[in-house]
Design a protein around this ligand. Sequence first.
Ligand code: ATP
Length: 358
Amino acid sequence: MASDPPPALELDGVTRRYGGTTAVDDLSLSVDEGEFFTLVGPSGCGKTTTLRLIAGFEAPTSGTVRFGGRDVAGVPPEDRDAGVVFQSYALFPHMTVAENVAYGLNFVDPPGGVSEAERVAELLELVDLPDAGDRDPDSLSGGQQQRVAMARALAPGPDVLLLDEPMSALDARLREQLRVQVREIQQELGITTVYVTHDQEEALAISDRVAVMRDGAVEQVGRPRDIYRRPASRFVAEFVGDNNVLDGEVRAVADGTATVVVGGEPLSVGLADWDGGAVSVGDRLTVCVRPEALSVGGGPNCLTATVESAEFLGETTRVHLDWTGHELLLRTRDPLTGEVTVGFDPADAHVVARHDHM
Ligand code: ATP
């Protein structure tokens, strides 16, 4: 029987320490061929260090990094077959755009048997800057400069593309445009990509799979939809999107639904997607309900709350409610004030985890 091919990229128990700081802590993950894989997490959680360990700019204190099943310990960055794009554009200002892209070909022949000029033209076409070859990098917008940086990284035809916060210097609208373009380029090439961002919305929008990192370790890996709908910890529930995260105690369990008492009030919570073992009376659970799952007017769960403040966001208004001393977030199109009744479908509540403290 043929065995599965090894993952395109693999980190196996990788730790990286700097003196007393553990930047990456016994981290294991694998990225499939052609996958767009994103590392997301708050500042200092070890995303950039992980990317630098993959690129070969850093060596692990312990653990193994593999490309296509091959241990790359001691293999320098230029021999790892990875193209890297950094946060700052890092284009050479004294070279034209075409010369910048061709720089990626200084040490290797263009793939596919084409000439250097043909390869540069191919890449500028790919990043949708076919006529920019003779321009100075300075004359391009930030987003265009990052596309040139991508073209340069891709010119030698690497197996893997590594992107470290490539959009962080751009304004919000440009970031949204560029992330669509980055995804299109990645899909056109089918290139295995590891992308680092602190922006959870960007991570959800662009990725096949996301690893949410915390304190040098992976907290949860999954498809964007699963990370959003079924966060595996309080940290993920609170980091990814707006959420209402509540701690309570189980009073009853029947027909796939638990009655969880929070702040003295019983809430019905569906257990259909809970895979953390049998739920019994007295268990302490952490439950989340997304703001968009709360609707005004009650329902199976009827909560009486008071409007504390509201932020008008255009499409919706984000309303902060006080309910039995808990802050609840709700999204609505109608203005709300004073006392309101809100509810949610038990199936829209998700048990995040068990918790031992109340
Ligand atoms: P950010 O989003 O702020 O870039 P990050 O998630 O990419 O953060 P890292 O840059 O990987 O995090 O840093 C992880 C931890 O390791 C931090 O505490 C950082 O201060 C520390 N660290 C990283 N590089 C070094 C270094 N060269 N020397 C000492 N400490 C370092």
